[in-house]
Design a protein around this ligand. Structure first.
Ligand SMILES: Cc1cc2nc3c(=O)[nH]c(=O)nc-3n(C[C@H](O)[C@H](O)[C@H](O)COP(=O)(O)OP(=O)(O)OC[C@H]3O[C@@H](n4cnc5c(N)ncnc54)[C@H](O)[C@@H]3O)c2cc1C
Length: 417
């Protein structure tokens, strides 16, 4: 096998698969590597923000997702620590999706393979291969043998414990967010259809996502120090969830369906996104918290940005080092403001009184709640959103998303106005 590639994506999650798809469609030779035999099952809330849908449409995966059972989520309900309920809708006809990762990830890998990328399973990446100051490949073990994939560009798409990020010396844990998630499935929960729900408590929250008519994804996020690893996980999840205001009744007759899985710490970011010959996308570039549900959007969108930035160099002289500066810039432009908004929301939910006040205020201002949903749902470019623009945003959103209009708000009046 000729092991020289234009680009190699380490990790066959959403980030790696979308990057591989886009490179392959440009006629480049691309490999996708994963340590698992196929896309492994992930600990995830299984919610796709509305911002994911246009990207999935662009790569041609959206139809398959609907055909395999993706379910629209029209509304999010936030239950405050004292039981107030904020019903927040996305603007106009926009919606998110509920879809099990066991369906999403294989569909994305299938799209990448059909686009011309080659998939190598059971490859556990361990080291970057350097020539001088430049990354020229990735070394790992595949079925007991040491294997090297050489490439002009290595994409670190290997998730939250990214080997590529670690080998670049780029990983930094969050200063004060130190949380852990317990995620499982239950049948028989009392919950509305097509609605995602978040129940807030003191220093914890729980998300219900209706992924099928009877099955609900239940995700509890708590401070890591509050978790006793000796406790049986299913009991811990069900007891902690039941203690949240409004949730106990809903889960009263629910039956856990599969073993509860646990993951933490969650928040981290990369101190650098690129090195000569390598870049980080998806969770490898950073992840904050499941509360605002943008991880998959960040994976898909950062893959698009990486391909846009690297393509001109990869088309050029095969000996040249891809110029990746544009990727760092576009990543920051796309994600930094959202990251700040999500960090602010993390501060808010740490303080029950503040959370109570915000829920109460937004419940009386559905226009603002809808704008916040648009920002959190990756529909609004919040980077340049001032208060004045924020207040005008609902009208603009309604206009932009009126049925029959094609364009979305990105690049629209909100940015330039
Ligand atoms: C509790 C929890 C709930 C979440 N809920 C949501 C949600 O509801 N909505 C949402 O949008 N986001 C959610 N997220 C975030 C979301 O799961 C991630 O952001 C998303 O999976 C990132 O995609 P990725 O492609 O970057 O990485 P991943 O999906 O993690 O894929 C990385 C791939 O790399 C492979 N890999 C790892 N190491 C190696 C190695 N050394 N060699 C080879 N392969 C390797 C893995 O096997 C994996 O297939 C949640 C996260 C957590 C922790």
């Amino acid at each position: 096998m000729d092991n020289s590639w234009d680009a190699v994506a380490v990790g066959a999650g959403p980030a790696g698969c979308v990057a591989a798809t886009l490179f392959a469609r440009e006629g480049l030779r691309v490999a996708v590597l994963d340590k698992a035999a196929g896309p492994p099952s992930k600990v995830c809330g299984e919610y796709l923000s509305p911002g994911c849908l246009p990207i999935l449409e662009r790569i041609g995966a959206l139809r398959s997702l609907y055909e395999t059972g993706a379910r629209p989520l029209l509304e999010m309900r936030i239950h405050s620590p004292h039981g107030q309920i904020l019903r927040a809708r996305y603007p106009a006809s926009q919606h998110g999706l509920a879809i099990p990762r066991s369906l999403l990830d294989p569909i994305l890998l299938d799209v990448a393979i059909k686009s011309g990328a080659e998939f190598f399973a059971n490859f556990q990446a361990s080291e970057l291969v350097w020539e001088g100051y430049r990354v020229v490949g990735i070394r790992g073990r595949c079925r007991g043998h040491t294997t090297v994939f050489r490439a002009r560009l290595i994409l670190g798409a290997d998730g939250r414990n990214s080997v590529v990020a670690r080998r670049l010396g780029a990983v930094q844990r969050h200063r004060w967010l130190d949380k852990l998630a317990l995620v499982g499935y239950v049948a028989g929960a009392r919950r509305p259809d097509a609605v995602g729900e978040i129940f807030l408590g003191r220093d914890r929250y729980c998300i219900l996502n209706p992924i099928s008519p009877d099955l609900t994804n239940v995700g509890l996020v708590i401070n890591r120090r509050e978790f006793d690893p000796r406790t049986e996980r299913t009991r811990c999840l069900m007891q902690a969830a039941a203690s949240l205001p409004g949730l106990g009744d809903r889960l009263g007759s629910a039956r856990p369906i599969a073993p509860v899985r646990c993951l933490g710490p969650l928040a981290h970011h990369a101190t650098r996104l690129t090195a000569p010959g390598a870049l980080l996308i998806g969770d490898a570039a950073g992840f904050l918290d499941p509360f605002t549900g943008e991880g998959i959007y960040a994976a898909l969108r950062s893959a698009e940005l990486a391909v846009e930035a690297a393509l001109p160099s990869l088309w050029g002289d095969s000996g040249s080092i891809p110029d990746l500066l544009a990727y760092s810039q576009s990543w920051r432009h796309e994600f930094l403001a959202k990251w700040r908004l999500c960090t602010a929301l993390q501060h808010a939910i740490r303080h029950p009184l503040l959370a109570e006040g915000i829920v109460s205020y937004l419940a009386r201002r559905p226009d603002l709640a809808s704008v916040l949903m648009a920002a959190v749902g990756d529909l609004l470019p919040i980077g340049e959103l001032t208060l004045g623009r924020l207040l005008r945003a609902t009208r603009i959103l309604d206009h932009q998303f009126r049925p029959g209009r094609e364009e979305n708000t990105k690049g629209g009046e909100l940015i330039g106005g």
